[in-house]
Design a protein. Structure first.
Length: 96
């Protein structure tokens, strides 16, 4: 049970940062919609991710397969962000 408390603390520190990042990037006239869209996709990811991890664990026959699936998915998403993501901070991207 103690592990759940630490996970909750980590999420409590993470969520405001992610929402603030979306708010910083979005144009002020579109900011509320951007945060709503971000939260929609984040929450949809929770649901689909749980189903996907369960399916991978069931099809693979071991819970370990679900952990590898999550690790590979995170690595792939990070690689895609590195390739296609765009820096929005003016000091780090003076071209914008």
């Amino acid at each position: 049970m103690a592990g759940l408390g630490w996970a909750g603390l980590g999420m409590a520190m993470l969520y405001p940062i992610l929402s603030a990042a979306v708010a910083d990037i979005a144009h002020p006239g579109w900011r509320a919609s951007a945060i709503g869209i971000y939260r929609f996709w984040r929450d949809l990811g929770y649901g689909l991710g749980a189903l996907g991890l369960g399916a991978v664990a069931a099809l693979g026959g071991q819970l370990e397969h679900a952990f590898w699936f999550a690790a590979i998915s995170m690595l792939l998403s990070g690689a895609l962000l590195q390739l296609w993501g765009e820096e929005t901070h003016p000091r780090l991207n003076p071209a914008s």
